[in-house]
Design a protein around this ligand. Structure first.
Ligand SMILES: [Zn+2]
Length: 184
């Protein structure tokens, strides 16, 4: 099996994990800088993977660091955490339980994908080169969370280099999700 196929395969194995997490986040949406429960789950999942994580950055942001076996470039992956002030009118069994707040911009999915990518990379740690920095940014919806996280980064080491090599992994998680949704 070539590498992209292996990644899709591995992402498929973690589908149930992604699915559960996304629905969990979806049920309990939180507005910008109030992502308290959300941040607890992200931090718990990262620490269960053995990824050292710093919480409380720019209020509720989190950065996890995964070191590969060989030193190399620092790759940043960024995911957003907040929901929108919108009343959910769907009848799904995982609809928002918070009146007037909804994950209507997909950040629930972004975080589920991010944590699944972390799981995939952690499982491949022994063959990884470089460091992976998982950035969970609060308050993306016009509240300036990105700017505040960038400020945090100017004081946070190691500095990251942008890289596209990790994109196939996020793409694999999304492909696996799409395959499962088509099958269902
Ligand atoms: Zn958004």
């Amino acid at each position: 099996m070539n590498e992209p196929a292996q990644l899709v395969d591995q992402a498929q194995q973690y589908y149930a994990y992604s699915h559960l997490l996304r629905r969990n986040f979806h049920r309990h949406p939180e507005l910008g800088y109030k992502e308290i429960r959300t941040a607890k789950i992200v931090a718990r999942e990262l620490s269960q993977l053995g990824i050292q994580a710093k919480s409380g950055l720019a209020e509720t942001g989190i950065v996890g660091l995964l070191e590969g076996k060989q030193p190399g470039r620092v790759v940043m992956l960024r995911f957003d955490m907040d929901a929108l002030p919108i009343l959910e009118e769907t009848q799904t069994d995982y609809a928002s339980e918070i009146p007037g707040v909804m994950h209507a911009c997909g950040h629930d999915g972004h975080m589920a994908i991010g944590l699944t990518v972390a799981r995939i990379l952690e499982a491949r740690k022994n063959t990884l080169t470089g460091t992976f920095k998982f950035v969970f940014q609060p308050a993306e919806e016009g509240l300036g969370g990105a700017e505040r996280m960038i400020f945090v980064f100017s004081h946070h080491h190691p500095k990251f280099d942008f890289d596209e090599t990790v994109l196939p992994i996020a793409a694999a998680v999304m492909a696996a999700t799409a395959i499962r949704l088509t099958e269902e």
